[in-house]
Design a protein around this ligand. Structure first.
Ligand SMILES: [Cu+2]
Length: 486
């Protein structure tokens, strides 16, 4: 009996032990040239293959690499020109998610890049240090293109983040974690084939990838390590924990550093959201800790603390100064109800009873006007809400500021809106008047977005507040909008 027990327990151990055979890929920093003071990046969007499973070539999409994309790292105040060249056999777009840029440089559904052409996004970086990302935004195709691998990080630095004493050696103690899940066919090809029910309920999988690798490992120093975490999934909520339930510090939300670190022992991210966290591995030399997804109890990545070289051992207690707008400053409230129109197979995801129409401007927002955007999820399923071009602050959940947790009191561009709940955010559009070209707001569950849960707004001159910090788009920028054949 004793022998039987030990054998069966061995089998159980064997079934549950994951082989962490692949080192965590770190997307390289994209190289650039400086031309007349402008940093010029060449980003090639193309189809390729990646060995996600040993010995099997899986067809994937990537940007300057076979899956995901190189990381664009830029500084507040930089003038940049990003050449997005489409070498796919179909149109796509490339949106800078979290980037505060003019509408025609936003890479939204209208900035279509035809095959074998280049679209240039040129702008002056005009925002605080933050972890942002790029991904396609073509109507009806966003979900598939992201699922095939089109996603990469845009890291913005500023004078504060340069000097504040946070870990910042990219790939060493400042590590990007782009988290996704994917389904595969029996021949291990990416399977994107959602049913109508999965478009509603979410196209999810228990096979998770970190930086385009399944169950990788990463070697780190026995010091504070910064992870820049991005939920780049189509429609999964990830609740991240460490296998020893250790606490860690969240230091940044979507739009930049929090005022001070917030202690957590789990981190919930909905699609499109980012968080920067600091984890203290000092005293852990020689041990391994697993990063897990708690909702599905999936082991995602093994962290080996195996190097004693000097790292950051003291972290700052003050990170940033945030400008806050009190409710009393708000000039108006806009209501956005996330709902569905039509019934059964003819139904579609909608906002305020309307599905996305690229030729319709849904909201006209005066510049420099403080507004409350009140978002209500009228459905019994998960949604979130993303606003382009701006960083907002969450002021109430279900009618109370007490329901807003400490780690979401920073600048945000995606907010989780759980089933049958409401969220009030405070919004101020500060730059880039353009009455013709719109920005998007939408649910960032990509199946919902592609199905129509999206709308469009413009930023216009404010008759009550005519002072504009930023001049309307320069002629130079408009000229570069013309697609260029490769
Ligand atoms: Cu949704």
């Amino acid at each position: 009996m004793k022998q039987f027990l030990s054998m069966s327990s061995m089998i159980v151990i064997a079934l549950h032990s994951i082989v962490y055979a692949k080192v965590l890929p770190i997307p390289p920093l994209a190289s650039y040239t400086v031309q007349n003071g402008v940093k010029v990046f060449d980003m090639n969007i193309h189809a390729s293959t990646t060995q996600l499973f040993t010995g099997i070539n899986t067809r994937t999409y990537g940007v300057n690499r076979s899956i995901l994309g190189e990381t664009i790292r830029i500084h507040n105040g930089d003038q940049v020109k990003i050449n997005w060249s489409n070498r796919l056999s179909e149109p796509t777009t490339m949106h800078g998610h979290g980037m505060h840029v003019p509408a025609i440089m936003d890479g939204g559904p209208k900035n279509k890049i035809q095959p074998n052409t280049t679209w240039q996004a040129s702008y002056t970086v005009n925002q605080s240090a933050s972890t942002n990302w790029y991904h396609p935004h073509l109507m009806g195709k966003t979900a598939e293109h992201v699922y095939m691998g089109l996603a990469g990080m845009i890291i913005v630095d500023d004078d504060n983040s340069d000097t504040i004493g946070l870990p910042k050696t990219y790939g060493v103690d400042d590590i990007p974690l782009i988290i996704q899940d994917k389904r595969f066919t029996s021949s291990k090809q990416i399977d994107y084939s959602p049913s109508r029910m999965e478009i509603m309920r979410g196209y999810t999988s228990s096979t998770m990838l970190v930086n385009g690798a399944i169950t990788p490992y990463v070697n780190v120093k026995d010091s504070w390590i910064r992870f820049r975490v991005l939920n780049a999934s189509n429609s999964s909520l990830y609740d991240l924990v460490f296998s020893d339930s250790r606490s860690f510090k969240q230091i940044a939300t979507d739009g930049g550093l929090l005022e001070k670190p917030v202690t957590l022992n789990h981190l919930l991210l909905t699609p499109g959201e980012r968080a920067e966290i600091l984890v203290n591995f000092s005293g852990d030399l020689g041990s391994s800790i697993v990063l897990k997804e708690n909702r599905q109890n999936i082991d995602m990545m093994n962290i080996n603390i195996n190097s004693a070289s000097a790292g950051v051992n003291v972290i700052p207690s003050k990170l940033n100064t945030l400008v806050r707008y009190p409710l009393s400053k708000a000039k108006r409230t806009r209501n956005f109800v996330l709902n569905r129109i039509g019934r059964g197979p003819n139904g579609h995801m909608a906002i305020n009873g309307k599905t996305m129409n690229i030729n319709r401007i849904d909201e006209v927002v005066p510049i420099n006007s403080v507004e409350i955007w009140n978002i209500t999820n009228s459905m019994g399923m998960e949604h979130n809400f993303h606003i382009h071009a701006t960083h907002f602050q969450i002021i109430e959940r279900d009618g109370s500021s007490a329901n807003v947790s400490a780690n979401e009191k920073g600048y945000k561009d995606v907010v989780h809106v759980p089933p049958f709940s409401s969220v009030k955010v405070i919004v101020k559009m500060e730059d880039y008047i353009d009455s013709k070209n719109g920005y998007m707001y939408h649910c960032h569950f990509l199946e919902h977005e592609d199905d129509g849960m999206m709308g469009q707004f413009t930023v216009v001159q404010n008759p009550n507040n005519p002072v504009v910090k930023w001049a309307p788009i320069q002629m130079d920028d408009i000229l570069t909008f013309v697609p260029i054949p490769l």
